[in-house]
Design a protein around this ligand. Sequence first.
Ligand code: TPP
Length: 332
Amino acid sequence: MTTATNQSKTDSGLGTEQLLRMYKQMVSIRLFEEQVNDLYTRALMPGLAHLYIGEEAVAVGICEALNRDDYITSTHRGHGHCLAKGAAADRMFAELLGKEAGYCRGKGGSMHIADPKSGNLGANAIVGGSVGIAAGAAFSAKHFGTKQVAVCFFGEGALGQGLLYEVMNLARLWDLPVIYVCENNMYNEYTHFSETTAGDILARPAAFGIPAESVDGQDVRAVYATAKRLVDQTRSGKGPAFLLCNTYRYRGHHVGDVNREYYRAKLEEQRWMAERDPIKLLADWVTGQKLADKAQLDEIQKQVKSEIDTAVDFATKAAYPGMDQLEEDIYA
Ligand SMILES: Cc1ncc(C[n+]2csc(CCOP(=O)(O)OP(=O)(O)O)c2C)c(N)n1
């Protein structure tokens, strides 16, 4: 039996320790999101949230290939990106509950979490809104010669936003160190992407001369291996890249989207969960290769559950910002 400390390399260049870390991160995102849903259902969380459950392998595989000071920009469905890049669950829950200990002192909520210390330039409620921010971050990295890379996460719905094409044009012209990660979870709100997206997605970046490829977004090892190669290329000065990650959101567009049968079949959801679950796929592979056994994975699950419970407890008991802060940090 190979243990967690064994650093033998697997086919994607990942050691056992790294594989188990990625497993733990995916479980953390899953349990975090389940708690968010629970807080919403019990009317303890103000507003809505867009859950990332089912898509965990994308954020984890990509962020595993990044350094802490590399940049990411995120979306309205951003909790997974935040956690994978290194944000703390307790401060994220605090933000969701409007508490002062939150990343934006409780004034941003789910769609505005940013954590500059882990290179996270923020979630964004505007579909496609972060693509310009990623271009700016990549421009500054190039200008100052810092060797940082910027990853721009966006859903396939953002493929309809004109700004994306303006920045891809500049990114190629100026060889900016930016990687466009398109998360195609198949639905823009309640519409299948085939009804909103004409032609071949990869032909769009290709038209700007940006190397583009796709990967199975449910396979964290494949996402990591592809991301690592693209990040290395981009960091070495070869300019932008585009990665299409094919994935699926298990839950509704947001926590309140419960009855979904008018736009997608229950059977489709059940199939993805049963056959293409990223956590199960990694667990099966790791145990099949005898890199870890079920007991080790169960222990990780238990540990994560305890960490998430502690984080929720922290946020629930944390204080709201005082009335004296009502007009602080407000820009509009
Ligand atoms: C500019 C803009 N238009 C419309 C909306 C409303 N809206 C919020 S999420 C969403 C769909 C986004 O789909 P996608 O980019 O594929 O991301 P997903 O929700 O699938 O993760 C829309 C249309 C918005 N927030 N911003």
